[in-house]
Each structure stands twice: as structure tokens, then as C-alpha cells.
Design a protein around this ligand. Structure first.
Ligand code: HPA
Length: 273
């Protein structure tokens, strides 16, 4: 069965289980999954039930698709994502985003936990992603291109929609957060970076570093979906702080900013049209 058929089987299954036609898709990153509880009139479908979705293995990721509304905007929320470091094929990592695009989303809000490299970033900041650098070592569009999904050589000169960046930044100002924008750089992980690597990434122009988001953003743009991104800076990157890094710190910081994060998404999502 080819990729197109797998996507369509998943789409058909979801449509049979829920009438909502989502306009905005959301991917919730590590420790940020609780936003899904805010979705109104929701239908939650475990990934395990959806044809061709893989099992989720990371602590802090629930693994369900939540369909419903945020302030009357129909949404599809991926509560938990697949990471390349888990051992999945890159096509499996982006599969849920492809399914959301075929379900009908026009925009996609990607969120993640990230290490702060830029000197002005502090743990707890919600950085608006202005661009990305793909150092995952892989591109999700590698292999035969299905023209029904998108073009062979998609433009990436404005992956993170400038209008959406402004919407997020002004929403942050409205709720009293420091609206900081920056470049997100993706590595495959799962080990965190060394201080020497972080100095290299800083020289390359990265403000935040993480292990996700970029493949999903590339695929969404491939399919003509507009993209927005928010990095929750959960820690200072290796060597910027003298403290060792841990997944616990990542989830603890995400939990600390949960209320701000929820308020921000509630304000932003209805405007991502
Ligand atoms: N590095 C990579 N990924 C991350 C980090 C980090 O410091 N924090 C959260 N995800």
C-alpha cells in the first residue's frame, strides 16, 4: 500500500468517528499536552486506533488525536508526536501531519520544548519561531514524490508564516509575555548537545535547539498548509548554564508555564486563518 492510500485510510477512519472538519491543526510538544483538555465538544481518538499511526513511546506525550473547537474554531490537536530519535522512519514521523492536511486543516501550529541558545532567552519563554535550520540529517520529502501531496522541490523561504508570527507575538504582548522571536534548529538527539556543539549552533544562527518540529513544518509546507511555531524554552542549552540537562527539567519548566501556554494558544488559534 502506498503512502497516499495509508493517509486516506487514516482520514476515512477519523471522518467516520468524528464530524468535525478541522481548519487549524495543533501539535503539542513535550510536557505541553494539557492544552488538549481545553478543546470544547471534543472527540479523542487514541493513535493506537487510527490506521497506520505508530505507538507513542516518550514520557510526557499522550498519543491521541483530539478534535473539537477552540473558541468556535474547529481544530485537530495532536496530543503527542513521533520523534526521529525514537527509531521511526521519517515518513512515520510526519504521517499525522499529512493526515491532518488531508482532513482539511489550512494552518498548523507546531509547539515544542527547546533549549535556549540565544543570550536573551530564559527558561519559561515562549519563543515565536521565525525560521528553522534542519540538522536532523534527514528530510521528510526524501524518496519518490507524490505530486498529489505537493511539489518535488517546495519553496522554504517563508516556512513560518510572517502574519502568524505577528499574531503570536502580539498575543504574547497582550497577555503580558515577552514576545521573543528566533530560529529553531533541529538535531536528531536523543542525547542532549555538548557545550561545543551549542557554540557551533550559536555560530550557525540558532536561538533554540530541539529534536522535532522541522520535519512536520517541511511536510505542512509541502502540502500548502500555513505554519506557525512556538518553542517553550524549557532550559538553557548545554554550557550556557553550568547545570546538567535532564528530561525532568524539560517537563518541569513546561508544567510551570502551562497556564501562560494555554492562554496563548486559546488566543492565537482562532486567529490562524
Ligand atoms: N536540547 C535539545 N532538545 C531539547 C532541549 C535541549 O536543550 N530542551 C528541550 N528539548
Amino acid at each position: 500500500m502506498d503512502q497516499w492510500q495509508r493517509i486516506m485510510e487514516a482520514v476515512d477512519f477519523i471522518k467516520k468517528n468524528c464530524q468535525t472538519v478541522p481548519r487549524v491543526g495543533v501539535v503539542l510538544g513535550s510536557g505541553l499536552g494539557e492544552f488538549a483538555e481545553q478543546v470544547e465538544a471534543k472527540t479523542a481518538i487514541p493513535y493506537a486506533d487510527i490506521p497506520h499511526f505508530k505507538k507513542v513511546s516518550v514520557a510526557g506525550h499522550a498519543g491521541r488525536l483530539v478534535l473539537g473547537k477552540v473558541d468556535s474554531m474547529p481544530v485537530a490537536v495532536l496530543q503527542g508526536r513521533y520523534h526521529y530519535y525514537e527509531g521511526y522512519d521519517i515518513a512515520d514521523v510526519v504521517f499525522p501531519v499529512r493526515v491532518l492536511a488531508k482532513l482539511g486543516i489550512k494552518s498548523l501550529l507546531l509547539t515544542n520544548a527547546a533549549g535556549g541558545i540565544g543570550r536573551e532567552l530564559r527558561p519559561g519563554d515562549l519563543m515565536v519561531i521565525s525560521d528553522h535550520i534542519n540538522l536532523l540529517g534527514v528530510n521528510p520529502l526524501r524518496g519518490a514524490n507524490d505530486e498529489r501531496l505537493g511539489p518535488r522541490f517546495p519553496d522554504m523561504s517563508a516556512v513560518y508564516d510572517p502574519e502568524f508570527q505577528d499574531i503570536i507575538a502580539s498575543a504574547e504582548e497582550k497577555i503580558g509575555l515577552a514576545a521573543k522571536k528566533g530560529v529553531y534548529l533541529a538535531l536528531s538527539g536523543p542525547s542532549y548537545e555538548t557545550p561545543a556543539e551549542i557554540r557551533m549552533l550559536a555560530a550557525l544562527g540558532a536561538d533554540a535547539v530541539g529534536m522535532s518540529t522541522v520535519p512536520e513544518a517541511i511536510c505542512a509546507r509541502h502540502m500548502g498548509v500555513r505554519v506557525a511555531g512556538i518553542s517553550c524554552v524549557t532550559n538553557l542549552a548545554a554550557g550556557i548554564s553550568s547545570l546538567p540537562l535532564s528530561h525532568q527539567e524539560v517537563t518541569e519548566t513546561a508544567a510551570r508555564v502551562k497556564n501562560d501556554f494555554i492562554r496563548l494558544l486559546q488566543r492565537v488559534i482562532p486567529r490562524l486563518v
